[in-house]
Ligand binder design. Structure first.
Ligand SMILES: NC(=O)c1ccc[n+]([C@@H]2O[C@H](COP(=O)([O-])OP(=O)(O)OC[C@H]3O[C@@H](n4cnc5c(N)ncnc54)[C@H](O)[C@@H]3O)[C@@H](O)[C@H]2O)c1
Length: 346
């Protein structure tokens, strides 16, 4: 099914955090592949990427009338109320969050404010808005909370599922777990029609270079050391951004109110394997007189570093018919080539 068909009947989508990595890829896809109006709230933090959308609009001015940006912090409840009323959404997709685990260890307060207080504010204003709706608009309204598999903590055997217990280990994952609980409670207590999705590690174009894959590419093309935590054996389950974006659109539109869906592509890799794969691609596409793997430098492990994340995506596969389209290798090649084209070496 095409994205346009999936979104049939939807006119306005309000997205929070739409200048971040996942948000900007989602908005780009919605502008290109549908006719919905997009309202984007983002505080424009250090990880935001305004060019991601500016570039698209410059090349495709016909999308401009369907896109409206609000530079606002979710902690500002009064302004959030005004934006929701102005945008009159059929669907709210809530992605805004502080998202970097290392930063959450250094400065947890930012994570409490954005991820917990920010989620509370948008939930409350979504509830006030929802309560005023009538008819089909009320029946079809959804609040979609975009979350992470990190809320489940670390797993040695088996894989995370929707019923897995919450065991967050970092201030980041604890703040996301809190926000998931708030969303659940707003559904159970106030009847707000919510969907929660918990996804594994994303990679692809427009990701800020603090995260493993863009950091590795950036360091390598600039002939700088590539840091690798501990012995490099921590395992993450990787999903290419386009697959996550499609899963989000499907879950937001076809997911059952009050449900949770785990999203993943069944691509478990150690951090060392990921970095070595990037180095091998760079050896091919950015030839130097030494192998890029020479730059790998083992560094002291991060405190509370989760050993393994792995998602069992059976529910979203079977209930909503979503399956990933990209293998890890295809996604990584696309990603490396994108960064080589879009990031200049120093
Ligand atoms: N990146 C991943 O691998 C991954 C995996 C699973 C889930 N998620 C979740 O998806 C969402 C988006 O992740 P991302 O990787 O795009 O993050 P990101 O850090 O790249 O972007 C987050 C965006 O949210 C904005 N933001 C943060 N706090 C805000 C606030 N208080 N008010 C307004 N805007 C605010 C930032 O300015 C930024 O543009 C997050 O909720 C994250 O927990 C991410």
């Amino acid at each position: 099914m095409q994205i346009k068909e999936i979104l049939e009947g939807k006119k306005n989508i309000l997205i929070t955090g739409g200048l971040g990595f996942i948000g900007c890829n989602l908005i780009r896809s919605l502008l290109i592949n549908s006719e919905v109006n997009i309202f984007n709230i983002d505080k424009v933090g250090y990880a935001s990427n305004p060019n991601s959308i500016k570039n698209l609009l410059r090349e495709n001015p016909q999308y401009e009338s369907r896109y409206k940006f609000f530079r606002e912090n979710l902690t500002n409840k009064e302004e959030i109320k005004k934006i929701i009323d102005h945008s009159n959404p059929d669907l709210i997709m809530h992605l805004a969050a502080e998202s970097h685990v290392d930063k959450s260890i250094e400065s947890p307060i930012d994570f409490i404010n954005s991820n917990i207080l920010g989620t509370f504010n948008i939930l409350e204003e979504a509830r006030n808005f929802y309560n005023k709706l009538v008819g089909d608009k009320k029946l079809n309204f959804r609040f979609h909370h975009i979350s992470t598999d990190e809320v489940f903590g670390s797993i040695i055997n088996n894989r995370f599922m929707e019923e897995s217990p919450y065991r967050p280990n970092s201030p980041y994952s604890a703040s996301k777990a809190s926000s998931d609980h708030l969303v659940r409670a707003w559904n159970k207590t106030y009847g707000l029609p919510t969907i929660i999705t918990n996804c594994s590690n994303n990679f692809g174009p427009w990701q800020f270079h603090e995260k493993l894959i863009p950091l590795t590419i950036n360091q390598a093309i600039n002939n700088k050391n590539i840091p690798l935590y501990g012995d490099g054996s921590n395992i993450r389950d990787w999903i290419f951004i386009d697959d996550h974006v499609e899963a989000l659109i499907i879950a937001a539109n076809f997911g059952k109110s009050g449900s949770t869906y785990c999203i993943g592509s069944e691509n478990e890799k150690t951090n060392k394997e990921v970095i070595e794969s990037i180095c091998a691609l760079l050896d091919k596409f950015c030839v130097k007189d030494y192998p890029h793997s020479k730059l790998i430098k083992f560094v002291k492990d991060r405190p509370g570093h989760d050993k393994r994340y792995a998602i069992n995506p059976n529910k979203i596969n079977m209930e909503l018919g979503w399956f990933p389209k990209y293998s890890f290798e295809e996604g990584l090649k696309k990603t490396v080539l994108w960064y080589l084209k879009n990031i200049k070496s120093n």
